[in-house]
Design a protein around this ligand. Structure first.
Ligand code: 1PZ
Length: 215
């Protein structure tokens, strides 16, 4: 039916969103950044309910950004660059301790941004791994090299347990719904540099404004 067709996830959605993310002068469009995350969450949801606590957090953050983008001041949120400028100029970000702005765009996006580094590492290991590699190990390695340092012990523990329940490499590729293993590997080869560039531009922007540690 049309409905089940609509909901059938294809990883190409994620690729397409990240392809559209960058403007000519290397600004990051919020609309497409958020669409990329929507696709990732959709993918995560197809992996089963044990990942619910992760997807719930990501969905909450995506929703915050969408409300800002669709809200009264939405015009300031068209790119990550314009968001940072607007929120900093108007003191809309808690810079040193949690306070009046727990759901600022800058803070919220930073959480997703940190997770994007995990994604880049994980997808790259999936792309290059051998047939008998364990996705749970690849995922944990990528996590330990990146996102884990921002998480308290209890979250690291829960994440570690969830990783063990990831499907094997082949089943994982099947869920991505891209085609043969060769096609998946080719698609990843296209997606990773795009994700990596969006990550680096955001990282540099946050570093420039000294907002990489927003609480
Ligand atoms: C394919 C397997 C999925 C593994 C996902 C790897 C990331 C594990 C992240 C565990 C997150 C646990 C839930 C909540 C965490 C929040 O405390 C933090 C900080 O936010 P704050 O509390 O400061 O508001 N949230 C995050 O770090 C954002 C996590 C987003 C994870 C998105 C995963 C996308 C999966 C894509 C699948 C290909």
């Amino acid at each position: 039916s049309v409905t089940s067709d609509d909901q059938k996830f294809c990883f190409k959605e994620v690729l397409d969103a990240f392809r559209l993310c960058l403007s000519e002068n290397k600004e990051v469009y919020m609309e497409h950044y958020v669409a990329g995350w929507r696709g990732l969450v959709k993918f995560l949801n197809t992996l089963g309910s044990v990942f619910g606590f992760i997807s719930k957090d990501a969905v909450g953050k995506v929703q915050i950004l969408v409300s800002l983008l669709k809200g009264e001041d939405g015009s300031h949120y068209s790119t990550i660059q314009s968001m940072v400028k607007y929120e900093l100029e108007n003191q809309l970000v808690d810079l040193t301790k949690a306070g009046a702005h727990p759901t600022s765009g800058c803070r919220t996006l930073l959480r997703l941004h940190r997770a994007l580094r995990w994604l880049e590492l994980f997808l790259d290991s999936l792309r290059t791994c051998s047939e008998d590699s364990k996705t749970s190990v690849l995922c944990a390695d990528a996590y330990n090299k990146s996102l884990s340092k921002f998480h308290p012990w209890v979250v690291r523990k829960a994440a570690g347990m969830a990783f063990c329940l990831l499907p094997g490499r082949q089943a994982f590729f099947d869920v991505m719904n891209v085609g043969t293993t060769e096609q998946v590997v080719a698609m990843l080869g296209e997606a990773i540099p795009l994700i990596s560039e969006v990550y680096q531009i955001t990282e540099d922007l946050y570093a420039q404004h000294n907002i990489l540690d927003i609480p």
